[in-house]
Design a protein around this ligand. Sequence first.
Ligand code: GDP
Length: 483
Amino acid sequence: RPLEDKQADLPVDKLLDGLLAVGFDENSCLSRYQSVLFRKASPHKPSKYLLEKLRKYEMLHKKCGPNTESYSKTLEQLKNGQNSGSTDCNYIVWIAFSGLGNRIVTLASVFLYALLTEKVLLIDRGTDMAHLFCEPFPESSWLLPMDFPLIDQFKSFDIKSPKSFGNMLKNDILDDSMSNVSVKPLPVFSYLHLAHDYGDYDKLFFCEQDQLLLQRIPWLILRSDNYFVPSLFLIPMFEQELAKLFPQKDTVFHHLGRYLFHPSNPVWGLITRYYQAYLAKADERIGVQIRVFEVESGPFQHVLDQILGCSLHEKLLPGVTSQVPEMNIIGNAKTKAVLLTSLSPGYYEKIRDMYWEQPTVNGEIISVFQPSYEGYQQTGKQMHNMKAWAEMYLLSLTDTLITSPWSTFGYVAQGLAGLKPWIMFKPENRTTPDPPCRRSMSMEPCFHAPPFYDCKAKKGIDTGELVPHVRHCEDMSWGLKVV
Ligand code: GDP
């Protein structure tokens, strides 16, 4: 398709309905303006309000980003350990943590939080963030400067940190009961522990009165591995703004993801070479994302049965037959390319062989491809993560998606694609679930560790039952997703 577009000289909307800003140097990040050549135009248009908000954010980021006067001024407060009450710029710093899919969905959540609270998002580059992604904001950087004073402490920030917001509340160092009045002096920074193992006090982050308190702290440092957007929808103070930003509620990741995450040039090379070599010519592309959370690496028969059961039952792929096909349809047969991703090569080999050894019932030609089989998760290794990112992105260029339960890797693909995948259910006792999969309610990721707390009544509550647009996920009964 990319070539055809060029040949036909079709006008392509490289700014994705105004989502992307103009004025970036195109060569430094080819993917930003070339994605349109590989992905169909999205049927989901961003709201005008979201576009204005992004342009305003870009101005704020430029004013407050690294190497600006405002940045130095706010940094001075941090160095002196003094929260002097008012600052032009307030920051949320994201700590690189967990697998790449988790990082991507978390970052989208943090960026939405920054938009809602007018904070500036800076990211800890970890081992490879700078090599995987382009800069998303014009004329500035989102990378936290290496000489940031707290950088050496990031490693020690965890559930036990005395400096965490939750522990400061628990130990009465912070008081959230009268958020607007300064009862106790406020710290200049607070560590927000929002990782999957977080405690009840950390979860107060999702209460309005705590948000009012956090608004008065210029530096927030956050560690999370979760897509916490669904719970932001349940904080009353953000309700109106979210409704204006996202009139179609389940497009949060779709828009913010396409706005923020542009593969770096080396990753873009992996994506485009692969796409053109193996996927471009097929009539249709199907992505199958396989992620198995077992100690042994597999392949497992029950997972293979589940993938085939889902594909055949939902008519996403044709069955095979032992009969000789009736008509001679060579030449006009429809071709479908299956892009399979998995840490192990076993599923790919079996499905590829199945379509080689026998003809399909409807004459369709099925080709099966898998870019890599890395064996096991190797977070921290550069080429490994580049391939993981390339594969998530390649999956997002397909027309139909089958994804695995509990996997942010699949969520990223579906969200960027703007597709509701067929999501497989989680097998219990190594048995193929029946039915094997179902169509997802929305293209949004699932929040795996949401709080179940009613901030006003101060008691437990099922947060999946409060509003029609925040529900429990298909693949995780206690998770929450926006629909
Ligand atoms: P999740 O654990 O499925 O939610 O996804 P994450 O991306 O957060 O973590 C899984 C990590 O394992 C990825 O980032 C990769 O490092 C690796 N991984 C898992 N599945 C695949 C795959 O299909 N292809 C590649 N290249 N890497 C994978």
